[in-house]
Ligand binder design. Structure first.
Ligand SMILES: Cc1cc2nc3c(=O)[nH]c(=O)nc-3n(C[C@H](O)[C@H](O)[C@H](O)COP(=O)(O)OP(=O)(O)OC[C@H]3O[C@@H](n4cnc5c(N)ncnc54)[C@H](O)[C@@H]3O)c2cc1C
Length: 251
């Protein structure tokens, strides 16, 4: 079985995000880059399937040379192959990324294509489903449990207030949700071995124009400062009740 894991490189969630003065892009200086957290579940699931069913795992990232770091991390965790779709063009449209991924994988015979359900930061939740459509294959999204058997997948999807169980034919796209597994960390041996492994460069076969353009980025309005209630516990409870009634107008 051949498994693909698509990896997006994103700013670490602890990075203090700044908006570029022009207001339509982030200021990416001083950013620490990591693998998007949802993609870590995808990579872990691929590793578990490799261990239990003998699959080969290919990691793929679209972007400039900087994204090679997420590919090295995937190799350190046990991926067999790293594919780099190399482009440094400005790109804010998930359809462009999806087209580049679909073109890169179309003739590589993957049985299972794993994506994060959304890329941290962009949050479009679009690339995986678009790749499935472009390739004409099945898809199951926000998956929290995955089983493969005799050319079929069985997936539990997290839906509002419950679970949905779906089944379909491989090849298929699965997008991963928190709870699918607990991602592992690379060990030193894996990190050292990954440094020597080749990253295969896949040239773009076509360059497509984005249909989406970011017009504005803004932080949410600042939250009002909290205040401490003084007095005895009874006085505090009365003051809280008064504030909820008169200021917050909750009841
Ligand atoms: C060359 C390049 C330049 C970019 N320039 C900008 C920019 O100027 N401004 C800006 O705001 N954004 C930029 N981006 C980010 C780009 O807009 C997003 O990657 C894309 O729109 C997907 O958005 P998302 O994370 O919301 O997708 P989602 O659909 O939420 O992502 C879902 C999943 O798709 C996969 N995926 C997403 N992106 C990639 C990728 N690059 N490689 C492999 N798998 C992927 C991952 O598995 C991810 O979990 C750039 C990306 C590239 C590749």
């Amino acid at each position: 079985m051949k498994i693909l894991v698509a990896l997006k490189q994103v700013p670490d969630t602890e990075t203090k995000i700044k908006i570029h003065p022009e207001g339509t892009a982030l200021d990416l200086s001083d950013v620490k880059w990591v693998t998007s957290p949802y993609d870590e579940y995808a990579l872990e699931e691929a590793m578990r399937l490799k261990e239990s069913q003998g699959a080969t795992v290919s990691a793929l990232a679209v972007g400039d040379d900087r994204v090679k770091d997420v590919l090295r991390n995937a190799l350190a965790l046990g991926a067999d192959e790293a594919l780099h779709v190399s482009t440094s063009e400005k790109c804010e449209d998930p359809f462009v990324v999806a087209t580049y991924v679909a073109n890169a994988v179309r003739d590589r015979g993957f049985d299972l294509l794993l994506f994060g359900n959304k890329g941290s930061g962009g949050d479009h939740a679009a690339v995986g489903p678009m790749v499935a459509e472009l390739l004409g294959i099945a898809q199951a999204n926000v998956v929290v449990k995955l089983t493969l058997d005799q050319g079929r997948f069985f997936a539990e999807r997290q839906v509002e207030s419950g679970l949905e169980v779906v089944e379909g034919k491989l090849p298929a796209v699965i997008t991963t949700q928190k709870g699918l597994n607990d991602p592992r960390y690379p060990n030193l041996k894996g990190i050292m071995a990954a440094k020597k492994k080749e990253i295969i460069s896949i040239p773009l076969t076509e360059s497509i124009s984005p249909a989406l353009q970011t017009m504005k980025l803004a932080f949410p309005p600042p939250r009002a400062e909290g205040r401490q209630l003084a007095g005895t516990p009874q006085e505090q409870a009365q003051a809280l009740l008064a504030a909820l009634q008169n200021e917050a107008k909750i009841f």
